[in-house]
Structure formats: structure tokens, C-alpha cells
Design a protein around this ligand. Structure first.
Ligand code: TPP
Ligand code: MG
Length: 324
């Protein structure tokens, strides 16, 4: 018996699965995740938690794509910004909130808080707030799966800032040398806390890095849920088949930033890094921006208006109570 077998699908809506309507399933999962994070945002604004929470509004497409692409024996390792994967893999928002509240009867006993939250029963075996730290650990996890001959792919998520850690390159070298089915997933939001890539380091062409290691590279646009699902599913199949790693770079925007104008200075953007996003609300959701930066906005245009309205209402119904 596998220690952490994810026998049940994380998808909460059996009827849609049975009907095989992938677009509706995708929209439902995207809405559930977006609205759940908007609930958490309201609670953060009310100072409900003692631990810092890094919201991932705008990161929904990649998290849902990974969750839907994962096989029953796959593993997922995360970083400080992990809420989107944890909620995508767990339909029980009350349990997530209980962990954030450090409650003893929460699934992890309230020991993990937000930045180190794991959910082994959902395949999330390790999460670290230390940048780059999950990458070498993922190599060990993938090697362990290979030794056990599990039909498994390991996913390790990191940010554009964590690429500045040596651990990224060491893990890449080791995983390639050992021919491990490990997907290095880089969420590139252009920011590391309050600096943009161009302000802090040289440009890094991950495609050329992958070429140097002779492993596949794929770039996905985090605002396109459908493309993320197709791309991630294909990449997982390829990595499982070829038994070697791959790099996927997902370009996306972390919503929650804001423009400020001070007298005598040009307007500037203040990046959202963690905590409550003051100008974003559950009530006004699920769409945050009517722009291509918002994957929910893009997705809403791909479904009939009536279907979208129905799914929004259905996704809201079980969540309203959290803010009563
Ligand atoms: C080794 C290490 N150095 C510094 C930090 C402080 N730190 C926390 S988050 C962060 C920015 C990370 O940027 P990125 O990896 O791009 O993730 P994002 O927050 O943009 O999702 C930094 C520098 C840390 N947690 N660990
Ligand atoms: Mg970043």
C-alpha cells in the first residue's frame, strides 16, 4: 500500500466529471479557487490569522492545471506561495482555514500554518518557506519514487526570485543526471518581494538553460487556463514516458498590486507580496481585473454567459457562510 495514495480526485463536482465536460470542470475549479482565495483575503483583512499568507490571485490557471494533470501517485512540492495548489487539491476550505488559524484539530494539527502547509493525502508532501529549498528535496522525492518503481511524476514549484538560489541549478543537474521524471515549474511573476527581475539580476533564458541540459522546455501563459491544462497534461505524459526532467515557465501576474502617485514623482506600482489585498473584495469578485492579466476574466469570455453565471452562483453558495 502506497503511503500517500491520492485515490480520490480533488475535483469536487462528480456530476461534471461524469459528463466529461472539461471546460466546465476547468471553470468550476478556477472559480472555486478564486473565490476561496477571495474569502481568505477578507479574513486576512479582518486580521483572522497570526501567520503571514501569500495569496496567489492570478495564479489559478497553473494550479488547477497541475492538480488536474497529476496522476494518483504523483508528488507536488511547494514554496512560500502555495495557497493556490493547496486549495486546488483540497475542496475543504474550512480545513485550510483551520490550518491558517493553527487549530489543533486542523488536518495537519495546526503545525504548518501557511508558508509550510503540506497535505500528503493530496500528494503535497513538502512545502518550504526557504527559497529554492523544495528543489533538491524534490530530487530526493523523485528518486524515491523511481526506486519504488511508482508510475509517478514529481512537480516542484518555484518562483523567478528563487531561481537566484544555487539549489535550482544543482537540483537540475542532479535530476537530469539521474534521469528523474521531475517537472521544474517556475512561476514567473517578474517580482521577488519588491524588485522586478530587471532591477536585480541579469536576464535568464530558461529555454536555453534547458537546451544546455538537453531536456524539454515549455512556456505557458498563466492567464490562459485551457492552454495551461493542455500544456501541463502533455508535459506530464512526456516526462513520465521519457523518464527525465523538464522545465516549464509560467508567466503570470500576481493580482493585488496597486498604483501610487506621490506629489512630484511619476506613478509607480507597489507589488503585492503577502497579506491582505486591500482593494480586492469577495463581493466584487470573482473577476478582479477586466484585463488579460486576469485568467478568470479570460475564461469567462470562453463560456456562454448563462453557464458562467450559473457556475459563479454555484461556487459562491458554499463559501458565503465563511464571511457571515
Ligand atoms: C533563502 C531565502 N532568502 C530570502 C527569503 C525571503 N523571501 C521570501 S519570499 C521572497 C521573494 C521570492 O520571490 P519569488 O521566488 O519570485 O516568489 P514570489 O513571491 O514572487 O511568488 C524572498 C526574497 C527566503 N524566504 N528564503
Ligand atoms: Mg516572483
Amino acid at each position: 500500500m502506497e503511503a500517500f495514495e491520492t485515490s480520490k480526485s480533488p475535483l469536487a463536482r462528480d456530476s461534471i466529471e461524469q459528463a466529461g465536460e472539461v471546460m466546465e470542470t476547468l471553470a468550476w475549479e478556477m472559480l472555486r479557487l478564486r473565490l476561496s482565495m477571495l474569502v481568505v483575503n477578507e479574513l486576512v483583512k479582518r486580521r483572522a490569522f497570526q501567520v503571514p499568507i501569500h495569496l496567489a490571485l492570478g495564479h489559478e490557471a497553473v494550479a488547477v492545471a497541475v492538480s488536474m494533470a497529476m496522476g494518483a501517485h504523483d508528488r507536488l512540492l511547494l514554496t512560500h506561495r502555495n495557497i493556490h495548489y493547496n486549495i486546488a487539491r483540497n475542496a475543504d476550505l474550512a480545513a485550510e482555514i483551520a490550518e491558517y488559524r493553527l487549530e489543533r484539530d486542523a488536518p495537519g494539527g495546526g503545525r504548518f500554518g501557511a508558508m509550510n502547509l503540506i497535505a500528503p493525502e493530496n500528494g503535497i508532501v513538502y512545502t518550504s518557506s526557504i527559497l529554492g529549498n523544495c528543489l533538491p528535496v524534490a530530487v530526493g522525492v523523485a528518486k524515491g519514487r523511481a526506486v519504488k518503481q511508482a508510475d509517478a511524476v514529481t512537480f516542484a514549484v518555484t518562483g523567478d526570485g528563487a531561481l537566484e538560489e544555487g539549489a535550482f541549478y544543482e537540483a537540475l543537474m542532479m535530476a537530469t543526471s539521474l534521469r528523474l521524471p521531475l517537472i521544474f515549474l517556475v512561476e514567473n511573476n517578474d517580482w521577488s518581494m519588491y524588485t522586478r527581475v530587471a532591477e536585480r539580476r541579469c536576464a535568464l533564458d530558461l529555454q536555453r538553460l534547458a537546451e544546455a541540459f538537453a531536456i524539454p522546455f515549455r512556456r505557458l501563459s498563466g492567464d490562459d487556463a485551457e492552454a495551461c491544462l493542455k500544456g501541463m497534461t502533455a508535459l506530464r505524459a512526456d516526462v513520465a514516458e521519457a523518464q527525465r526532467p523538464a522545465i516549464v515557465e509560467v508567466t503570470l501576474a500576481t493580482l493585488g498590486d496597486r498604483e501610487v502617485t506621490e506629489e512630484g514623482k511619476p506613478p509607480r506600482t507597489i507589488n503585492y507580496h503577502h497579506g491582505g489585498a486591500a482593494h480586492i473584495s469577495y463581493e466584487a469578485g470573482p473577476i478582479i481585473e477586466e484585463s488579460e492579466r486576469d485568467p478568470l476574466y479570460r475564461l469567462s469570455g470562453r463560456l456562454p454567459a448563462e453557464t458562467w453565471r450559473r457556475l459563479v452562483a454555484e461556487a459562491r453558495a458554499p463559501l458565503d457562510g465563511f464571511l457571515a
